[in-house]
Write a protein that binds this ligand. Structure first.
Ligand SMILES: [Zn+2]
Length: 328
């Protein structure tokens, strides 16, 4: 059986690569790079996406390695790799959002494309995300979203999955999480969030988001973690030969988390690192004025692991500083 997405069609035991046109600009088109690796024998359809945040480079590099190094003769099923979902972000080196309409793709999934109505959602980001959802994600049996910490962020190795609500499928949801090999893993309930994994959760597709990296850096360890995680999951799914590796030392994150933002504008100094375990009431950062006087002491409201630091020193009132997740 051949496998087709848009204009890219891959026959059995074949690898096909190309660009999918998803939207038009005043001059030119937005095209997404995609690879379909159609294995020799049948099996799951695994959709691996990178670049929903187009400046999280470890995920993008891992997607390139996986598409280049995976041969159809060695896999069962279909491996579908979207090397960069947010091409406008990538092209312009803009953090978090598509600079064309200022939208973070991972807050609107599965998109609300529209050709009518003057106000409300419907802009180009909605058309791109909805194309991905309708034409790629819905054809998949399993979904992996590769991130890597955005330009002003540091993230430790962590992964999170959202349950589908189907007990049989959620055996896979838990397995994707565990076999991602991430240091910190969190299983969430069925998600109402408009993230990629939230949309997968509601579409009953076992899913996992994998993070490692940040700061626009391309560290080999972060890239390897993404590549090894995907390959390990493929072993679990029977898409690659061999037994998946199991880690005994992964730490579980609970559903309680704290997002901490600056109350005062000023110069932010972080006193802990991504991946550190911090205690409730611990001093984890300061905001100072230009003369070095402390305007605000940042105190952790919970005990848990620091999963994101937004490390940019210059902060406005309300700017993000830390995301901390409880451990269970
Ligand atoms: Zn991201």
């Amino acid at each position: 059986m051949s496998f087709k997405i848009g204009t890219i069609e891959s026959a059995k035991n074949e690898k096909k690569t190309g660009y999918l046109k998803v939207a038009e600009l005043p001059i030119g088109d937005i095209k997404l790079p995609l690879t379909i690796i159609n294995g020799e024998s049948s099996g799951p359809t695994l959709f691996v996406q990178a670049g929903i945040h187009g400046t999280e480079y470890p995920g993008l590099k891992a997607a390139q390695i996986l598409s280049k190094e995976t041969n159809p003769s060695e896999i069962s099923g279909n491996l579908v790799i979207l090397q960069c979902a947010n091409v406008p972000m990538y092209n312009t080196k803009t953090a978090f959002a598509n600079p064309i309409d200022g939208i973070n793709f991972n807050r609107i999934f599965p998109g609300k494309p529209s050709f009518t109505g003057f106000y409300g959602p419907g802009s180009v980001s909605h058309h791109i995300t909805n194309f991905i959802y309708e034409n790629i994600m819905k054809k998949a049996t399993h979904f992996i979203d590769l991130h890597g910490g955005d330009l002003p962020e540091f993230c430790p190795s962590f992964a999170s999955s959202s349950k589908t609500g189907d007990d049989v499928k959620d055996v896979d949801t838990e397995a994707l999480l565990k076999y991602s090999l991430a240091d910190f893993i969190g299983l969430r309930p069925i998600s109402q969030s408009l993230s990629t994994t939230g949309a997968a959760s509601r579409a009953q597709i076992p899913n996992v988001l994998i993070e490692a990296g940040g700061g626009g850096l391309l560290l080999k360890d972060d890239v390897d973690r993404h590549v090894n995680g995907v390959r390990n999951i493929m072993r679990y799914l029977g898409m690659l030969e061999g037994k998946p590796i199991e880690r005994k030392d992964q730490q579980r994150m609970g559903n309680k988390s704290a997002g901490i933002r600056a109350k005062r504008g000023g110069f932010f100094t972080y006193l802990v690192n991504a991946g550190d375990i911090v205690q409730e009431k611990q001093l984890i950062g300061t905001i100072t004025n230009p003369f070095g006087d402390v305007l605000e002491e940042i105190i952790s409201p919970i005990t848990g692991v620091v999963i994101i630091i937004n490390f940019l020193a210059a902060k406005n009132t309300g700017d993000p500083l830390f995301s901390i997740s409880e451990l269970i």
